[in-house]
Design a protein around this ligand. Structure first.
Ligand code: SAH
Length: 225
């Protein structure tokens, strides 16, 4: 096996981008230190894989900034062994991070090319507790519900009702809610049939497109371009 020349870059990323901004869950920091983010982007972009920025992936989608991946993971409050649902597989990087902590990750993606690529990368890394489904993720994945944690990595105009319904007792749902241009990161929590939520941080994601999302994938210019 080739020596991982990116190890130091990851270490710096954890110390300078994550810990200083308040990510404190040691399990999350440890996973961010070990998942090879550079394998989830185009070879031409590998040099930037551990920089403090989102990166483009095919089909005009993006892989989130490492800090946002770590923050959303921390907000899910995983202790280990959970069944987690992700909507928006993209490159598969967030799914890989989750798979190191959770017991099983179901991840949903609507674009075929991304499904194929993510499956390839995840299996190359030997992550056999992640399953990728090519479906409209705004409908969730009822056949494996309920989930202890659900994460949506695309911008929702409102919380998709099926996802609330598929959340287990005490479960956490973390997602960006707002307009196409900007959203607030929200965490919803289920207690019986009641839901409470917190609004946590301003973010900018690509749109969640589907029955319970935006109706088309038209995109305004993102703020970082
Ligand atoms: N989590 C990803 C980044 C996600 S980018 C990573 O770590 O790389 C957002 C992704 O959500 C895009 O790939 C987009 O195609 C997908 N998406 C948008 N709407 C969707 C829907 N309704 N169902 C499933 N995936 C969706």
């Amino acid at each position: 096996m080739k020596k991982d020349k990116y190890r130091q870059a990851r270490e710096r990323m954890v110390e300078q981008q994550l810990r200083t901004r308040g990510i404190s869950d040691e399990r999350v920091l440890q996973v961010m230190r070990s998942v090879p983010r550079h394998l989830f982007v185009d070879p031409d972009l590998r040099y930037a894989a551990y920089s403090d920025a989102p990166l483009p992936i095919p089909q005009q989608q993006t892989i989130s900034q490492p800090y946002i991946v770590a923050l959303m993971t921390e907000l899910l409050e995983l202790k280990g062994g959970e069944r987690v649902l992700e909507v928006g597989t993209g490159s598969g990087y967030q799914a890989a991070v989750l798979a190191h902590i959770a017991g099983k990750v179901y991840t949903l993606e609507r674009i075929h090319e991304l499904v194929v690529q993510a499956e390839k990368t995840l299996s190359k890394l030997g992550l056999d507790n992640v399953e990728v489904f090519e479906v409209d993720g705004t409908l969730g994945l009822p056949e494996h519900a309920p989930y202890e944690a659900i994460i949506v990595t695309a911008a929702a105009p409102h919380v998709p009702e099926p996802l609330k319904q598929q959340l287990g007792e005490g479960g956490r749902l973390v997602l960006p809610v707002g307009s196409r241009m900007g959203q607030m990161l929200e965490r919803w929590r289920r207690t019986g049939d009641d839901f409470s939520h917190e609004r946590l941080a301003p973010v900018a994601f690509v749109p969640l497109v589907g029955d319970h999302g935006w109706k088309d994938d038209e995109r305004r210019t993102a703020w970082w371009i």
